[in-house]
Design a protein around this ligand. Sequence first.
Ligand code: NAD
Length: 492
Amino acid sequence: MSNLGFRPEDVALPVGHFLAGKLVPGGADIAVTSPGNGRVLAYLPEAGADLVDEAAQTAARVQRESGWASCAPRERAKVLRRWADLVERNAMELARLETVCSTRPIAQTVGWDIPFLAEGIRFFAEYCDKVGGDVAATATNLLGMTVYEPYGVTGAIAPWNFPLVMASWKVVPALAAGNGTVLKPSEMTPFSVVRLAELAVEAGMPAGLFNVVQGTGLATGEAICRHPAIGKLSFTGSTRTGIAVMKAAAESGPKPVTLELGGKSPQLVFDDITSVDDVADRIFRAFTGNAGQVCVTGSRLIVQRGVAEALIAALVARCGQVKALAPWDENATYSPIISEPQADRILALVQGSAHAGAQELVACKRMDTNTGGVFLSPGMMMVQNAECPIWQEEVFGPVLAIQVFDEDDQAFALAEHPVYGLAAGVHTASLPRAMRAIRTLKAGTVWVNRYGRSSDFVIPTGGFGGSGIGKDLGRQAFEANLRLKSVLMAAE
Ligand code: NAD
């Protein structure tokens, strides 16, 4: 990659809500800081219940009156495809907006986030006219059917770690299914989705169908969850907040929720692997990508004794090669931590685990950098028992907790987590072992001899247990934005 670098002060930020197709500036309630240099980028207005109500009522009216739900579904697909084209045409602007405010380096937003976003929109466009109902087996003087219809308005609440991609997994299937939507991005990464919403209108989506309200969880998020006109919620964030979202949805509906929550995902390495280096590359990427600030971070390594020493040595060597550069430097590959308090939390968890007996193989510590951002170096800890905090808690930082096993059953027992079940990785050359692992591991996704999603959007993603309810991506995410109506007709 070359010529990707830029100056953060050259990026124009769309500061405000996006209501009825227009940017609406407001107060200056929340300071938004760039993780790349620690500087305040802008002050964000906060939407209270009144503004959330305006957004939801607008989305409901436009959804009813614009023909978005009633038109031939292929017409909606055309708009979505134009939207994807516009995302690509404005890729550099979107990538810079994303990079300036989030933890995503410019080479990655250009190379992955924005292309992935555009293709994700195209993927859901294809479902617009592919999901219908059934005709039931009834007596021939009756016609029984099931038909799908949109909810009307959906609510979407997104996290800060991949602001555009995570938000798009909620709003795009909702819109493709014929709904209007109200999105609240994280108050830490609020800008790029506003530009995405502007591009939707430019592509021909009725103004007011897709609204963005800015604010914190308690003021704005909670008002979305409790709004009576919002018929379905999709949330991505921590398990604790997910529980609050579900409670609010129950008390104000009940209304269905899709919850994509936290994880503490294990990676099992058996001693039959054919290349320690290849597996080390995978494991390293899986716990240091976005500096570990990924829901599916492979943060627990469960390695068989025969290969443990070689693999750990290969990982230790990789830890020493990481460089901290500002995210807008074209050579940046490693991410800053989203905020000072989050860095403090990660370091406290590491320290607490060391006190609880975990052995630090490589220390996770603040890196020397002149960027102004907070960077933590990758850390590795050898753990002796499953109660150790670094083995139990989601770090959301670049720290790998390690345990060694002898027998396969031991590995599967170690992989179990009392709360989470988001993803798991299995690295083995043995087909029977892989097949047993697939059936045994309690995780919403099992990756074998790879770690991480591909651009096969057809494969849904979501967790078991405390990692969530429902799926993003796949046909399932599209269908979750529709409700099923049963029809029984007699001739007269
Ligand atoms: P968070 O739970 O703090 O916040 C997520 C969103 O919820 C933000 O927009 C926040 O403002 C909002 N919010 C906070 N309190 C709320 C409330 N009471 N009602 C409604 N909304 C509220 O999470 P985060 O720190 O932004 O993101 C990190 C977490 O997200 C991690 O736990 C990570 O694992 C999880 N995550 C999961 C997935 C997945 O697909 N499973 C993907 C990305 C991130």
